[in-house]
Design a binder for this molecule. Sequence first.
Ligand code: NAP
Length: 319
Amino acid sequence: MKAAVLHEIGSVPRYEDFPDPVAGEGEVIIDVKAVAVENVDKAIATGTHYASGQFLTELPAIPAFDGVGALPDGTLVGFGNPRRPYGALAEKTVVAAAAYVPIPEGIDPAVATVLATAITGMSITTAAGFVPGETVLIQGATGVAGRLAVQVARLLGAGRIVATGRDDDQLRDVRALGADTVINTAVGDDALARAFTEAKGEGYDVVLDYLWGRPTEILLRTLVPESFAFPKSTRLIQVGEAAGRGLTLTAESLRTSGVEIYGAAKGLDAETMGRMYGQIVEWTRSGELTFDLATIPLSDIETAWQRTDLRGKRLVVLP
Ligand SMILES: NC(=O)c1ccc[n+]([C@@H]2O[C@H](COP(=O)([O-])OP(=O)(O)OC[C@H]3O[C@@H](n4cnc5c(N)ncnc54)[C@H](OP(=O)(O)O)[C@@H]3O)[C@@H](O)[C@H]2O)c1
């Protein structure tokens, strides 16, 4: 079969022949239909992700660890966690018989690869107890996950949405998707701090953070009151690290700001995930939730893997 093959950690996967997978006991062969290439797949392949060792146990290997494909009887499923060294970026892969869920009828395989990303937007509720009317700040709103999150926050009834990005044109799109106020983070530290302060109104109730790094460090500083005051609570949900894996959290920005920090996985279990997925499917079918895809054949993986021009579009490979 043809596959995207990674020969060395940190290299670019190549379109090559790879032995067909053979199903062992309790396994099933998937005929792969669509695979979204996300930052996490690249981070695993470059060895910078904490789970790289778990996924790249041997080389050569096929990257990407979930996708959409057909079972031998033709049923369309979302699958995850192929047996190593198989991954999703191939014509076929092999997974444990329990490692797939049916894709709802009428949902295109390429579209289905993006729906799980929208669940991160729902973590304002599951991780942070969001209630309608609250003000939500979305850090990294010009990305694929951020654009979905702006729409999800609007659909869940956010009172005000503040959204950040690095490019004014992209931020105009984000405004059209439902953000009330936008902030360009590509300015000096003091100007960014002023922008966060000016946009916060009565304060940010929930921050959905796809960035971490410098923009979030500056945000946290601006939440420290200038004089002694009882702090207002701001629930920050850590979802991504597009701007950096670390930041400096000063003692006072935790002690006095009212900031509570949660991981996006808080409050998730299989039943909640299933319910949220159902809601995302419903919004997608009704056209209330929209997103852009850039689809490519598997044979283009080498150039597509290195693309930096996608700006809010998800790269989806159709093997
Ligand atoms: N935990 C989960 O389940 C989950 C799911 C999906 C995503 N994520 C994570 O969330 C993050 C965003 O994912 P995505 O798929 O939306 O990625 P994406 O489409 O590449 O978007 C990245 C976002 O971060 C911004 N950005 C990138 N580098 C930056 C920097 N140095 N300084 C400031 N802003 C920067 C981008 O701005 P521009 O538009 O200007 O490039 C864009 O807004 C990633 O870390 C991803 O791994 C997590």
